[in-house]
Ligand binder design. Sequence first.
Ligand code: COA
Ligand code: MG
Length: 234
Amino acid sequence: MIKIQVLRVPATLPETYWSYFLSHVSAERREQASRFVHQADAYRSVLGEMLTRVTLSQLTGLRSDELSFTRNAYGKPALSNNPDVPFNVSHSGEWVALISGGTDELGIDIEKVAPIDLQIAERFFSSSECQFLAAMSVETQQDTFYRLWTLKESYIKAVGMGLSMPLNSFAILPNNLKHGELDWSCKQDGQIVRHRFYSQPLDEQHMLAACAVQGELPAQPEIVTLESLCAELV
Ligand code: COA
Ligand code: MG
């Protein structure tokens, strides 16, 4: 079963929590966290790994400290001991998000929503996506822009090739309404790819999208708290 989990990152973490989390992530992560200029970046990075460790520990039956990670040539992380366990993480603004489970590659993207310059779409989106966006009313353009942005990012993250796959080489557009929600699909080189998509605002300031090669995506993310994360680690 595929699940999407989200964890809210507080503005300030009590020192006891922070040192506890730092002691449970990899040495590389600790080192990276110490180099961030903004504490919020360090929180997002460390909490992303914590959420990943706790969930993958439950999925694999291994202890959190038995898990180690490798990255493919494009930076996509995988479990060293169980490379076939799919997962992907994203962090932005006040949230970290994790998708895990099933049997095939997964991708997730969360973005903090900010005022946009629609010319960015012309630089990154395919022509059919630009047309779709331009046809939206001014009030819905920001929402649509972030849906397309996060959907595209979730797809390249599922494929795992990062930005070496040109963003205008594929188009993600809605087909129709499914259970009252837009149902999205992706066309690459004129062919519909089999990936499935999830797209929902997480709150007023953050857009969330996820992508799975196959398997049913959940209707809603599961909210994980810092307290439950700590409890699972014990
Ligand atoms: N494939 C899948 N996941 C990857 C990855 C790859 N090639 N490289 C890194 N990741 C994972 C890592 O877990 C990383 O977190 P970590 O370094 O803390 O472990 C996480 O994805 C970062 O994801 P996110 O928080 O969503 O960051 P991002 O949106 O800044 O970058 C990239 C995502 C690195 C995969 C890449 O797609 C990128 O650089 N994007 C730039 C943004 C952009 O131009 N988007 C245009 C969308 S239209
Ligand atoms: Mg992102």
